[in-house]
Ligand binder design. Structure first.
Ligand code: PLP
Ligand code: COI
Length: 358
């Protein structure tokens, strides 16, 4: 399908490369344009790039009432050659369709999703933030637009891609660890539910838990399974821990854990990382005992926005604190962060197909 362009006039658009003065922050800024495509009469149609701005939508649009809405998060980086490169967009497109299946949204051809993102970045390439560690954060999303109030899949949708020149998600970056609240009270997902998707409702459901975490002085919640015995994931990241021999352990993907592209990438890096990375069911009791015994020496979270975020300590609901190692950012996490970000930035050759020029 050919994309139509209805761009801002030259005088309304950015004409110089974006050189932010202060920290750009995460997700605050927008570029000049967005990509849109509609689903009606049983097919995706009318792909177009238009000025970024509000949507016109019926108050009865089903996404507003029943939450039929999904999203993705990906990043593009500027390499030494001054060109912009996306990171594993095909994995995001694949996962978008997995999320779509979970909440009964019609799939979008993966190559069309990738084409849409590339076309939008191309139009707004001057918005790439020229700042250390910054990137273009890519936010594709699909929402139901049919004006109908019965609870059943909508017959109409919009697919939108917007871009946000962004920096680190956690202000502490990789230099300082965050604290996670181990929550037995709040749960993110149950088996048979939508936990393995990026359904908007999963994030609405996480807000109350996130608020509780802040009350405990933590950045996010470490979610357990509904029996409070297994570690699942942490806020908007997969959780991981590192044993004293350097082995990285990520909880096994289940239908209550989002299949993180960052986690999958770290697992695929194998030899380049110089350590074993594997998945297993992580029992909370053993995890605590192993931290106390010094068997687990580092822990953290993997995610597109969060990249590799170290966890310095956990707090329990009774206020008890469990510090990981000496509470400082360990050498293994630093090494993983460096290799992963070097691959994204093109300082180290990435595996075939991971990094693609826009
Ligand atoms: N888990 C949840 C709930 C998330 O929202 C995210 C972010 O996308 C992740 C894990 C990390 O996934 P990825 O590495 O694909 O960004
Ligand atoms: C991402 O890491 O891209 C995400 O989607 C997390 C987001 C909720 C900030």
């Amino acid at each position: 399908m050919d994309i139509k362009y209805n761009l801002k006039s030259a005088s309304e658009r950015r004409t110089e490369p974006f050189k932010p003065e202060g920290d750009v922050g995460f997700g605050k800024l927008r570029t000049d344009h967005m990509f849109l495509m509609d689903y009606r009469d049983g097919q995706w149609c009318d792909p177009r790039i238009v000025p970024y701005g509000p949507f016109e939508m019926a108050p009865g649009a089903m996404s507003l009432h029943y939450g039929q809405s999904i999203f993705e998060g990906a990043k593009a980086f500027m390499h030494e050659d001054g060109e912009i490169y996306t990171f594993r967009l095909n994995k995001n497109a694949e996962r978008m369709n997995r999320s779509a299946d979970i909440v009964c949204i019609p799939n979008i051809d993966e190559s069309m999703q990738v084409k849409a993102i590339n076309a939008l970045i191309d139009v707004d390439r001057l918005w790439f933030p020229q700042q250390q560690g910054a990137c273009l954060y890519i936010r594709p999303f699909i929402f139901a637009t049919e004006d109908r109030l019965s609870v059943s899949p909508s017959q109409q949708y919009t697919f939108c891609v917007m871009l946000s020149p962004s920096g680190a998600y956690y202000a502490s970056g990789v230099n300082n660890g965050i604290r996670l609240l181990i929550s037995t009270k709040y749960h993110r997902a149950v088996s048979g539910g939508t936990g393995a998707s990026k359904a908007a409702g999963n994030y609405a459901a996480s807000l109350r838990a996130g608020k509780a975490a802040v009350e405990y002085g933590a950045s996010q919640v470490l979610y357990l399974d509904s029996t409070n015995t297994q570690i699942e994931e942490a806020g908007a990241m997969n959780h991981f821990h590192i044993l004293k021999d350097g082995t990285v352990i990520i909880p096994t993907f289940t239908d209550t854990i989002l299949k993180s592209i960052t986690s999958q990438s770290i697992m695929e890096l194998g030899d380049m990382l110089g350590c074993e990375v594997r998945q297993e069911t992580v029992m909370l009791d053993k995890f605590i005992a192993d931290i106390e015994a010094g068997e687990i020496i580092e822990a953290g979270g993997f995610g597109t926005a969060a990249v590799v975020s170290p966890v310095s300590s956990y707090i329990f609901e009774d206020g008890r604190i469990l510090t990981v190692g000496d509470g400082k950012v360990g050498p293994n996490i630093q090494r993983i962060y460096k290799l992963f970000t070097d691959l994204q930035k093109g300082n180290v050759a990435a595996p075939q197909g991971w990094v693609k020029r826009v």
